[in-house]
Design a protein around this ligand. Structure first.
Ligand SMILES: Cc1cc2nc3c(=O)[nH]c(=O)nc-3n(C[C@H](O)[C@H](O)[C@H](O)COP(=O)(O)O)c2cc1C
Length: 410
């Protein structure tokens, strides 16, 4: 389903009719709305409309896929394991309008926060093609530095970086205004061997990226909600802009819920799979937002042996290499409830017995506490499951009698 068809289906979409500025105003309103979807019908500097907070929760992504939240892990796992080729169409909606000039100032690319280095595309899915390896889709924030240029943040050693280091100069496209199917795939090491562009997206910027032209990128807020440093990054020169008729710009606030859910959620199936492959019955994984939806993960298991908790910690790190702290819980704990998770740790965890500390290794480039130059970090795990045999008090919550309050209160 396309971005715009999904927008039409959102029942509680807030509509802002008053013209808003793409500079600091639209981002402020989206942020005030936290996770409520919104559409700005008029943007002062552009003829296009803008929509934000479209996929800020797992529920919104489950709604898009037509499944329940607890069906997302199996749904995404099935999609990863059974990749299908997309249907190719002529006359794609995203190419309905082909602009004669490449003036990025006319596009509602938001300026999000006052210390940002410039206007940023933060929801753009980048498509690059390698002659032998095929096509890669992923996200790269893109800062506008001229009417026809962006500087692109590229984390080292990922597919896109490997393509560019080898090819030095390559064609690429940024696609904005995608449905959750493309957004999740784009953050899930999606890789096909046909060069394709999501036909139903709203805007496409085509051009060339080159290591021969570098520029300062940043500052910009990253996933951890802290301000990232300025780095020299490659420049993308736009040679063609196409868009749908009445195209809708997709805003995505850096560090906020939508960014978090799109980063963390695709790691849940990979962790889930590794824990099960290690012979432990994994029930669910939550790469929770309090841990920046990247650095922390909660794993729920059906514990059968005393070693299961620690084995799940090791397997979890295999499934998400950038994770720093893993917490393992029993099946009676709601891993979406912070209070219950803390309760399990308070009542079931003993540091000398249940704590796993790993040797220093390279961690996430996003973690402000990792060593600045090397990104070396200390990962650890907390087995918050109860021992199978209790020698003292029991570990389950004692049940209270039930009462129907309607019978007692007016
Ligand atoms: C909203 C969002 C923004 C992202 N921004 C960047 C970015 O600016 N630079 C980057 O290298 N990766 C960024 N990522 C992460 C890449 O998409 C991630 O590296 C990719 O999923 C890894 O795929 P790969 O291993 O195929 O390269 C972002 C992810 C999301 C969900």
């Amino acid at each position: 389903m396309s971005f715009r068809s999904h927008l039409e289906k959102i029942k509680d979409l807030k509509i802002v009719k008053k013209p808003v500025s793409k500079k600091l105003e639209a981002s402020a309103i989206i942020n005030e709305l936290v996770d409520k979807p919104v559409k700005f019908e008029k943007v002062k500097e552009s003829e296009f409309s803008v929509a934000g907070n479209i996929f800020p929760t797992k529920q919104s992504i489950a709604d898009y896929f037509g499944c329940k939240v607890n069906e997302l892990i199996p749904t995404i796992t099935k999609a990863i394991e059974n990749p299908t080729k997309p249907t190719m169409i002529e006359n794609a909606p995203c190419q309905e309008v082909e602009l004669d000039e490449t003036d990025l100032d006319k596009i509602p690319i938001l300026f999000h926060c006052k210390n940002d280095g410039g206007n940023y595309i933060s929801s753009g899915v980048i498509i690059a093609k390698h002659p032998k390896l095929g096509q890669n889709l992923d996200f790269h924030r893109s800062m506008q530095i001229a009417k026809n240029k962006f500087v692109i943040r590229i984390v080292k050693k990922r597919n896109f970086d490997c393509f560019l280091q080898e090819l030095k100069t390559m064609p690429m496209a940024i696609c904005v205004g995608n449905g959750a199917n493309v957004l999740v795939a784009a953050a899930t090491k999606a890789k096909t061997f046909d060069a394709i562009i999501p036909a139903n997206c709203e805007f496409v910027f085509e051009g060339t990226i080159s290591l021969e032209e570098m520029a300062d990128e940043g500052p910009f807020i990253d996933l951890t909600e802290t301000q990232d440093i300025v780095r020299k990054e490659p420049v993308f020169t736009v040679t063609k802009i196409t868009h749908r008729k009445d195209a809708i710009w997709q805003a995505l606030l850096p560090g906020k819920f939508e960014h978090k859910v799109l980063m963390g959620m695709p790691r849940e199936p990979t962790m889930f799979k590794k824990v099960n492959e290690a012979g432990i019955k994994c029930i669910d994984v939550n790469v929770n937002s309090g841990g920046c939806s990247w650095l922390h993960a909660r794993i729920k298991i059906d514990k059968k042996t005393e070693e299961d908790g620690k084995k799940a910690i090791e397997a979890g790190f295999e499934g998400h290499k950038s994770c720093k702290h893993i917490f393992v819980y029993d099946k009676d704990i709601d891993i979406y409830n912070d209070q219950e998770c803390e309760w399990a740790m308070a009542t079931r965890f003993q540091a000398d017995r249940d704590f796993v500390m790993k040797d220093k290794e390279k961690g996430s480039s996003l973690d402000p506490s990792a060593e600045a130059e090397t990104k070396m970090t200390t990962k650890c795990g907390f087995d918050c499951t109860a021992p199978l045999k209790t020698k003292g008090k029991s570990f389950g919550k004692a049940p209270f009698p039930k009462a129907d309050l309607k019978d007692y209160l007016e």
